[in-house]
Every structure is written in structure tokens, then in C-alpha cells.
Design a protein around this ligand. Structure first.
Ligand code: SAM
Ligand code: SF4
Length: 341
């Protein structure tokens, strides 16, 4: 009989965020410092064989849904081979991808053939200049073309992640709402998060400031009124904390991901980082070095046991973990590209 991963707060863990690389072709201001980060030596990245072994073990423990992320997952060589490998693992019911979209268009056909049906694309502004500034050099046209092609190709779900940066203003919010009215995609407004991961990054030297956006996520919600009546979508549209709405007559949906501890009470996910550690929470520096076990000859049954007991340490919520405070401001002290957002 299949086992289950249940934590100490009775949360069933069945969702894995799998970071396949720490490399990225963009340098989003809230995710990576301008000069980049010290990249892992390629030998430190889990190989595909190792990733598939961990996924097999996790699927026997009840993991059913996997989202590939990074860094930029499409930068990893032969990513389609990994996708096909994961698809063939019994028990994995859903495999999806989060990408910055800049390289996506040329991969779309193969991703579809390999069984990916749900794609999240990050695009923090519809203004090319602002987009370039936020991503430090990204070309918005490529992302828009990829979104268009994903919709045409019939992907079941195309979600656009919009992190609210300090450049985000009222006009941006209205443009994105119009985008969701006109296109069958879900726009997800995401409040920026602070992540502390002090075991791997020195708090004092690697800080990214989180400046507030010019418009608050709650006022974006209120502004939906301007476009007509809207209703909350009852059925879940994914496995995460977003709450979705549809404005009458719109083709797409609008979602909100608010950075609040209450979302943690239903958290069903763990992460496998590109360097081969399992993390229980984005906001916690707690991790278990699975690569060491894989490369050190530990057998699968022993690894399973380690994971099962580690799960019991999953923190109750994001506020249980915060350790890095500088003055009164909380800062990001790790990089999402390493952990996998
Ligand atoms: N490179 C891919 C991308 O940008 O979609 C995948 C990795 S990225 C780390 C995954 C998601 O995390 C993106 O949607 C990104 O906007 C989000 N992200 C990164 N840092 C964040 C932060 N501090 N707060 C909220 N979201 C963040
Ligand atoms: Fe790269 Fe994604 Fe981080 Fe932007 S958010 S720097 S695209 S990993």
C-alpha cells in the first residue's frame, strides 16, 4: 500500500517543487543580485538519474504533483528527457512548469508532447521598459509571444505570475486586468516575499531590499469593480494558495497570492533544490542533504525513512522561521533561483 507524508500539523504533503538548475538568463531585482550569485559547480547539481531516483522515492511516499522550476528550468540541458522520465514514474499525476518565458516558445511543442499541460509564466510588467528594468535586460516581446502560442496550442492552464515590485503602479494593475479580460489566462498578482536561508548565504553581504509597490494588492482587488461584476471561483485552480476571480464576460481569471501566514495552514508542498536538498518551507533554512545520501550509497528504504521523519519538522507557518532581521526591516537573505520559487 502506498505510504503518505503527513506532518506534525496533520498536513498531507503531496506536491513537490523541483528546482532543476540555479542558472538563469535574467536577473530579476527581487530574486537575484545584479552581479549574479555564485553558481553551483555543475557536479553539485543533481543529475537526472539522481532526480528520478528521488522522485520515485517521493512518489512512493505519496507525492503526486510536481512543478519544475529553477533558476530557469528551460536552461537545463535536455530538460525534455527529465520531463519524460518523470512522466513515466507511477503515481505522478500532474507535472507542470514555471518559467520566465523568454525561451519558452521554441520548447512549447515538445513540452506538450512530453505531457506538460500547465505552465506558469513570470511577467511582472506589460510595459517593455519596466519589464527590462525589473528583469535587468529581459525582452517582453518574447514572453508575450510565448504566452500567445501557449494559448493557441491548447495548454490547459496558462498562468501569469506578476510579482508586485516597487515599480508596479496603478496603470500596471489595470493593464493586467484588461489582459485577463481579453485572454484565456490567469493573471496572478503575487505579494513579494522575504526569504531567509541563512545556512547557505551570509546575511550581511547578500541582501536584496524589498521595496513596496506603488499599489497595494488589496487595492488591485478592489479595482476589479471598475471592469464589471466579478465572482470568486469556487473550484480550486491549482494546488497553491491563490484565490481566483472572474470578471463577468472575461476570458481569463484574476488571482491573488497574499503573503500571509494563514496560507501555510494548508501547505501541501516540499521542495527539492538544485543542489539536492529537500526543503520543507521556503521561509526556513531547514534542509536535508539528499544528495549526500544518494551519492553515499544509502538505500532507498533508508532515504524514505529519513524523509518521513524530516517531514515532521515542517514548520507550522512562515512566521515560525524568520531569523534574519536587519534593523527593523526584514530582507531577503537568500535567492529564489537557488531554492526554486
Ligand atoms: N525562472 C522561472 C521564473 O521566473 O518563472 C522559475 C523560477 S522563479 C524563482 C519562480 C517564481 O518565483 C517566479 O514567478 C518569480 O517571480 C517568483 N519569485 C522569485 N522571488 C520572489 C519573491 N521574493 N517573492 C515572490 N515571488 C518570487
Ligand atoms: Fe531568474 Fe526566475 Fe529569478 Fe527572475 S525570478 S531571476 S527569471 S529565477
Amino acid at each position: 500500500m502506498k505510504e503518505k507524508l503527513i506532518d506534525n500539523y496533520n498536513r498531507k504533503i503531496d506536491y513537490l517543487r523541483l528546482s532543476v538548475t540555479d542558472r538563469c538568463n535574467l536577473r530579476c531585482t527581487y530574486c537575484m543580485p545584479e552581479g549574479g550569485i555564485k553558481l553551483l559547480d555543475r557536479r553539485e547539481l543533481l543529475t537526472y538519474e539522481e532526480i528520478l531516483r528521488v522522485v520515485r522515492i517521493l512518489s512512493e511516499l505519496g507525492i503526486k504533483k510536481i512543478r519544475l522550476t529553477g533558476g530557469e528550468p528551460l536552461l537545463r540541458d535536455n530538460i525534455l528527457d527529465l520531463i519524460e522520465g518523470i512522466r513515466n514514474i507511477p503515481g505522478i499525476e500532474d507535472l507542470s512548469l514555471t518559467t520566465n518565458g523568454t525561451l519558452l516558445r521554441k520548447f512549447l511543442k515538445d513540452l506538450y508532447s512530453a505531457g506538460i499541460r500547465r505552465i506558469n509564466i513570470s511577467m511582472d510588467s506589460l510595459d517593455p521598459k519596466k519589464y527590462r528594468e525589473i528583469t535587468r535586460g529581459g525582452d517582453l516581446t518574447k514572453v508575450l509571444e510565448a504566452i500567445e502560442s501557449s494559448v493557441e496550442m491548447g495548454f490547459e492552464s496558462v498562468k501569469i505570475n506578476v510579482v508586485l515590485t516597487s515599480l508596479f503602479d496603478w496603470k500596471d494593475s489595470l493593464e493586467f486586468i484588461k489582459f485577463a479580460i481579453e485572454k484565456p489566462v490567469s493573471i496572478r498578482f503575487i505579494e513579494m516575499m522575504s526569504i531567509s536561508d541563512l545556512d547557505t548565504v551570509e546575511c550581511s553581504s547578500n541582501l536584496i531590499n524589498i521595496d513596496k509597490p506603488k499599489v497595494d494588492i488589496r487595492s488591485i482587488f478592489e479595482s476589479m469593480n471598475k471592469f464589471g461584476k466579478y465572482c470568486k471561483i469556487k473550484e480550486p485552480l491549482g494546488f497553491g494558495p491563490a484565490v481566483y476571480y472572474r470578471i463577468n464576460g472575461s476570458k481569463g481569471k484574476i488571482g491573488f497570492i497574499i503573503n500571509k501566514r494563514e496560507s501555510c495552514y494548508y501547505c501541501n508542498r516540499i521542495r527539492l533544490t538544485s543542489k539536492g536538498s529537500i526543503k520543507l518551507c521556503l521561509f526556513s533554512s531547514l534542509e536535508i542533504d539528499i544528495k549526500k545520501e544518494l551519492r553515499g550509497g544509502t538505500d532507498n528504504e533508508r532515504i524514505k525513512k529519513l524523509i518521513k521523519s524530516f517531514i515532521k519538522r515542517k514548520p507550522k507557518d512562515r512566521n515560525s522561521n524568520i531569523k534574519c532581521k536587519v534593523g527593523s526591516d526584514l530582507k531577503i537573505a537568500s535567492f529564489m533561483n537557488k531554492i526554486g520559487g
